[in-house]
Design a protein around this ligand. Structure first.
Ligand code: ADP
Ligand code: ZN
Ligand code: ZN
Length: 732
């Protein structure tokens, strides 16, 4: 027995300090050890913080007078076992404070100290009064329809979500009159039978083979890379694998990219799995998020579909983890703790001894490299499922060709022909706004963001200037500030300007712009697409359109203006561009109608484009991998980037120099000289960085563990904003 007088709670707090904080336990103390993983409210500075007990033991410094925990918030630990271990692992690997890692892993309400929410599923049923009154309700009203729906038996809220658009208002109205009532679902099986809908079609041979391999792997750790061309039926494979996992009484976690978790995606899972499917994404209210998390924590939730942060969901009865579109860059958190959800999914799968299925039409080079090295099993779906055929790709060489609003005659003709056939078109341009630059035709002046030294994008039909880096906004000057000329011209094309040009050319055709701006409204894009339905029309957009949006009549994809991507300095540019092109092209002809892709470029001879066209993504990936190996870039080396920014450029530079000096020279790890960031100024701050790289992950990790505490002790470390990015996605 440890001496209680000598036992303190070592608490991880959400502060940027890599240490624990000691507190005396409150008077009522549960059995020792069981403290770990519980939330506590503790006095800190002038206020209070919510933290998590990370250890129990003797105080770090016996001479200190310790404060007492104000309140213990949980009856049982929130983190334990595998998840606690995985979070500790993440904190070590990303060199992040444990307290911040715990905070990142918790939904906002739980982080703020709220109690675990109610998680039972609910259903609605008719009361006796309701049964008697139903015939008197006015016909053809939402209330009448809802009452009729509940006539035979109670219906789960999940199910109502699927079948009634707005059932909540009529439900409230009926409940107020005592005609229907809400009831907790005691036996989910009853409802499972109803929601369950069998496979709409048999799996093809390739799909069946993959499902069989996943099935055989349930019960042990096995990373599986599923490389399946767009529309090859990967989601069908997931569904079958999840059903297998459920049948064995285990939970499944499915990660999807930020923009892929559309209402249709959820609907597809809900309709096919026959159990409540929980969702976790940024569009949900805080309460819903903490409910989904808690349901999985209690084991009541069996399936969770979520975006990046869902990788931290507790899985006490884990059976399978799936990462869809595993190459997607939204899996990497770009601030705070810069974790990669795909990588953490693999780490957790290993600790949980479950298979992890990474699916993509365009796998990341990291995962391909792991497959080549034999660490991951490499599974393939080489054909589109059902009747859909791969789209035909045509390259339009527009060198010396006249362009109207950035589009060639061939593109306009193809769009017109497609509209004639009553089909839909996607014009893809990876640039939002009206035009990327505002230029003075007389003196060459261009509008720059004064805080970032980069061109400002023209927006609002040419009326405003917006910096895409810091969000600065101002109205467009009427005349050139340098020479007073009136010849200020927007240069280049963004989605807004293309929309204008297409509307002018095809005035009577429905036109939908799809970019982060036009889709900011909740479900805005969903509503617009539903409005369009099956009628002929044009979509103009950035990469917001994903496979979560089902558009069977979309047959033509015009890719315009990808040329910037061909000459980017970013070491991942080639990989990203290949993925983007294949994914966008994959939107065409996903159903019965054949698809076509037009690629308008000034660089038809570019080796990457040629490889991509001749050999598809596998060939392009092989080319990129060879280049990465030659240059010793990831996945052939591990990298970490220390970024620093400060209002005062000298502070930033001095900090980097001193940090560099703290590094103990090491044969296995290369550290760069301090250098300016590729964007040397952003939002008025000077930015610089140090790049560390090593052929051995372990060597880099131990060098970082050794070095970072000393960096943290530098005087300037308090003045300069700095952060470490392990496995950076880009060097910006
Ligand atoms: P992916 O996830 O690979 O892009 P999906 O699973 O969304 O592909 O499938 C693409 C389309 O093909 C969907 O409409 C799906 O219903 C259909 N599909 C999938 N598998 C089959 C199959 N075995 N037979 C017929 N159609 C299928
Ligand atoms: Zn000028
Ligand atoms: Zn700016």
């Amino acid at each position: 027995m440890p001496d209680p007088a000598n036992t303190v709670l070592r608490v991880a707090l959400p502060v940027p300090l890599a240490r624990l904080f000691d507190y005396l336990p409150p008077p009522a103390m549960p059995e020792n050890g069981h403290w770990i993983g519980r939330r506590v409210r503790v006095p800190f500075g002038k206020g209070e913080l919510i933290g998590l007990v990370a250890a129990v033991g003797p105080p770090e410094n016996p001479a200190l007078t310790l404060k007492t925990v104000a309140e213990s918030l949980d009856d049982a630990p929130l983190f334990s076992g595998e998840l606690l271990d995985s979070l500790r692992w993440a904190a070590r690997y990303y060199h992040a404070p444990l307290g911040e890692t715990f905070a990142t892993a918790l939904p906002a309400l739980l982080r703020a100290g709220q109690p675990l929410p109610e998680t039972r599923a609910f259903a609605w049923r008719l009361t006796a009064e309701g049964s008697a009154a139903i015939a008197r309700l006015r016909k053809n009203t939402a209330t009448r329809r809802l009452a009729e729906k509940l006539q035979a038996h109670a219906v789960a809220e999940d199910r109502l979500d699927l079948e009634f658009l707005d059932w909540k208002a009529p439900a409230r109205a009926l409940a107020k009159r005592g005609l229907i009532e809400r009831t907790a679902i005691v036996d989910p099986e009853v409802f499972a039978a109803e929601t369950f809908s069998a496979n709409p079609f048999p799996l093809n041979a390739e799909q069946a083979a993959v499902v069989e391999i996943v099935r055989a792997a349930i019960g042990r750790f096995q990373p599986l890379l599923l490389e399946g061309v767009t529309g090859s039926g990967k989601t069908e494979v997931y569904l079958q694998a999840i059903r297998e996992c459920l049948a064995r009484g285990r939970q499944a976690l499915i990660l999807v990219p930020e923009i892929g978790l559309t209402p249709q995606t959820l609907q597809r899972f809900r309709a096919r799995l026959g159990v409540p499917v929980h969702a976790l994404h940024s569009g949900l209210a805080d309460g819903e998020r903490s409910r989904a998390w808690t349901a999985m924590h209690r084991g009541e939730g069996r399936v969770l579909v979520g975006t990046r942060s869902a990788v931290f969901t507790p899985l006490p009865e884990a059976g399978l983890i799936i990462v869809d579109e595993e190459h997607d860059s939204s899996y990497k958190q770009q601030d705070g703790i810069r974790y990669h959800a795909r990588d953490l999914a693999v780490v957790r799968a290993k600790a949980l001894a479950v298979p992890v299925l990474l699916g993509s039409a365009t796998p990341s080079l990291e995962s391909l490299h792991n497959a080549l090295a034999g660490r991951y099993a490499h599974l393939r779906l080489s054909q589109r499922a059902g009747v859909a055929k791969p789209p035909r790709v045509r390259v339009l060489d527009v060198r010396k060709r006249p362009l109207t609003h950035g589009l060639s005659k061939d593109v306009f003709d193809a769009i017109a022909a497609c509209l004639q056939r009553d089909e839909q078109i996607l014009v893809f341009k990876n640039r939002r706004g009206y035009a990327p630059v505002l230029l003075c035709h007389d003196c060459g002046w261009s509008a720059q963001c004064p805080r970032c030294d980069t061109p400002m994008t023209v927006h609002g039909g040419g009326r405003t200037l917006l910096c895409h880096h810091c969000g600065s906004r101002r109205s467009r000057p009427l005349s050139c500030p340098d020479c007073a000329s009136l010849a200020l011209q927007p240069q280049g094309f963004g989605t807004e300007r293309l929309e204008e040009a297409l509307a002018e050319r095809f005035p009577d055709v429905p036109l939908i712009r799809v970019d982060s701006q036009s889709t900011r409204v909740k479900d805005g894009l969903e509503k617009k697409l539903a409005e369009l339905g099956d009628t002929a029309g044009i979509l103009v957009g950035t990469q917001m359109l994903t496979k979560g949006h089902d558009l069977p009549r979309l047959t033509l994809v015009c890719v315009v203006g990808i040329d910037e991507g061909l000459f980017s300095a970013d070491f991942r540019a080639g990989e990203k561009l290949s993925q983007l092109l294949i994914q966008v092209a994959g939107r065409a002809g996903r159903a019965k109608l054949p698809g076509e892709v037009l690629l308008q470029t000034h660089h038809p001879e570019h080796p990457l484009l040629n490889t991509l066209l001749a050999g598809g993504y596998p060939a392009a990936a092989a080319l990129e991998l060879a280049q990465r190996e030659a240059a010793q870039f990831p996945p052939y080396a591990s990298m970490a980037l220390l970024r620093a920014e400060a209002g005062n450029e000298n502070d930033m530079k001095t900090f980097l120099r001193e940090a560099r000096e703290q590094f103990v020279a090491n044969e296995a790890v290369v550290i760069s000289a301090p250098m300016a960031a590729p964007m040397p100024r952003r939002a008025g701050k000077a930015r610089g960085q140090l790049l560390l790289s090593s052929a051995q992950r372990g060597a880099l990790q131990s060098a970082l563990s050794d070095w970072l505490p000393r960096v943290g002790e530098l005087k300037l470390a308090r003045k300069v904003r700095w952060s470490l990015d392990v496995d950076p996605m880009d060097l910006y």
